[in-house]
Unconditional design. Structure first.
Length: 482
């Protein structure tokens, strides 16, 4: 039995939810106490006190706390990786990578915050107005905003925790974490590690819960900022409520990243990258390559070789070292895949591989390939969080851009070509937050800004520097020395 975390204590509640493994729903991993609205209000009041404590701690001492957390996570990475795989269904080899990223993220936040928060000295004597600037010194500082609510997705319970907690603690904010109901266990363990590392207990709470918890965090006027990763519908709803109390926003939402394969591309490289970009973690990544666009001259060859590679993927128990794909997160996710496949067939698509659930105990879906994909299909208009690879055909660069930009999302994109100028021309026209030439749309540098345009993001982008900048306030201080 796991309790929620408030003020350094593990608190049990009457509302308890069983956390089940998506690879075997009969396997109850643990029971977790869920918070309610009143518990959330209490956590917010505690976090206000925690804000005053963490913001008064010198930056060097905050860095020691975050560095120690990084060391403790490193020491326990295998146990944490297995827990992550159990509750999320992520293959163990991918969970280890996620844990490594979380370790590095804590370390980077501890190291880089002093540069991000160092401030500026403005030479206002270069301006005619206001008069008397030659006698003024103006400095710019960054100050923490207060209580930040961090709402996590199910697919990256460790890395998203690290992204939303470590930079905010370094900035001097207190944080209330609401993990996904599907994957609360990893977040609870990371919260305990931060307490163990010397973080003031009031400065962090971890509240598993349902929509009431999220709604209280979003609407409560004592919360100053929201950092969210999840679906577009939920993100827009959160933003529309949070803006009414002028909260700072960092909203990372859905994606439908195109992989554009031009006729001069290195076909082997494009196929190998596309396979991993589409099927890693059973396609449940926001920046997965969810639409593959291939020039008509190489289309048949690409599809044939792509199917050959996809057929070799091993779907199985996420704790097995050999597994390439695990299960989807829920029964509802399986039903969505069935609907996408049916809709694709009704709109002229051809199922070249898969297209069905697997006869396994958990929520497993077969790696699926759909050829003759087109923009009338739901999988072209919505974010497909599952192992379905629709392959589109285009005749020239303009048509490729038209298909790629037809999506309401704009997270990332890939272009495969041996003509760099051609690739750069396309990159300029793609309406996305990041373009990878001859590489995977799954690329992400955790220290750099990550996010998208259109329905993929609202507000500041996520990354150590951009998170600290997005969830702090600029203050100018002018000193008259006349």
């Amino acid at each position: 039995m796991k309790g929620l975390l408030i003020e350094g204590k593990e608190i049990e509640t009457e509302n308890r939810v069983k956390v089940r493994s998506p690879s075997n729903p009969d396997n109850i991993i643990d029971e977790v106490s869920f918070a309610d609205r009143e518990t959330t209000k209490r956590a917010i009041d505690v976090a206000l006190e925690g804000f005053h404590k963490i913001s008064s701690i010198p930056l060097k001492d905050r860095a020691k706390i975050i560095k120690k957390a990084s060391i403790l996570i490193e020491e326990r990475k295998e146990i944490l990786s297995r827990l992550l795989s159990l509750e999320s269904g992520k293959p163990l080899k991918d969970s280890r990578v996620e844990m490594l990223r979380a370790i590095q993220l804590f370390s980077i936040a501890a190291e880089e915050a002093r540069f991000i928060l160092e401030g500026k000295y403005h030479r206002v004597d270069s301006y005619e107005y206001p008069p008397g600037n030659e006698y003024r010194m103006v400095i710019e500082t960054r100050e923490p905003i207060g209580v930040v609510a961090a709402i996590l997705p199910f697919n990256f319970p460790a890395n998203s925790f690290a992204h939303k907690v470590a930079p905010n603690i370094m900035a001097g904010n207190s944080v209330i974490v609401k993990p996904s109901p599907y994957t609360p266990l990893t977040a609870l363990e990371l919260g305990k590690i931060l307490y163990e590392s010397g973080l003031p207990f009031e400065s962090l709470s971890v509240l598993p819960g349902d929509v009431d918890v999220g709604d209280e965090l979003v609407t409560n006027k004592k919360v100053s900022g929201i950092t969210f990763t999840g679906s577009t519908n939920t993100g827009i709803s959160i933003a529309s409520k949070a803006v009414q109390s002028a909260k700072k926003l960092m909203i990372e939402m859905g994606g439908s990243d195109p992989i554009i394969v031009l006729d001069d591309a290195n076909l082997d490289a494009a196929i190998n990258v596309s396979i991993k970009a589409r099927y890693e973690y059973a396609g449940q990544n926001c920046n997965a390559g969810k639409r593959i666009l291939v020039h008509k001259k190489i289309y048949e060859k690409f599809v044939s070789q792509f199917i050959e590679k996809a057929r070799k993927l091993i779907v199985g128990d996420p704790l097995e070292e050999s597994s390439d794909l695990g299960p989807l997160i829920s029964k509802e996710a399986l039903e969505k895949m069935d609907n996408y496949v049916e809709d694709a067939l009704n709109n002229g698509g051809i199922i070249k591989l898969g297209g069905n659930r697997l006869n396994l105990k958990g929520y497993f879906y077969s790696p699926t390939v759909i050829s003759e994909a087109n923009t009338n299909m739901k999988l072209s208009k919505e974010e497909v969080f599952g192992p379905i690879a629709p392959i589109f055909k285009f005749s020239d660069d303009n048509e490729a851009l038209e298909i790629a930009n037809s999506s309401p999302f704009g997270l990332q994109a890939s272009i495969f070509t041996n003509d760099l100028k051609r690739g750069l021309r396309l990159a300029k026209e793609l309406k996305v937050g990041g373009v990878m030439i001859n590489d995977s749309p799954r690329l992400r540098w955790d220290a750099l800004p990550f996010g998208g345009v259109k329905l993929s993001g609202i507000g500041a982008r996520e990354g150590v520097r951009s998170t600290i900048e997005g969830l702090t306030e600029i203050k100018l201080i002018s000193i008259n020395i006349s």
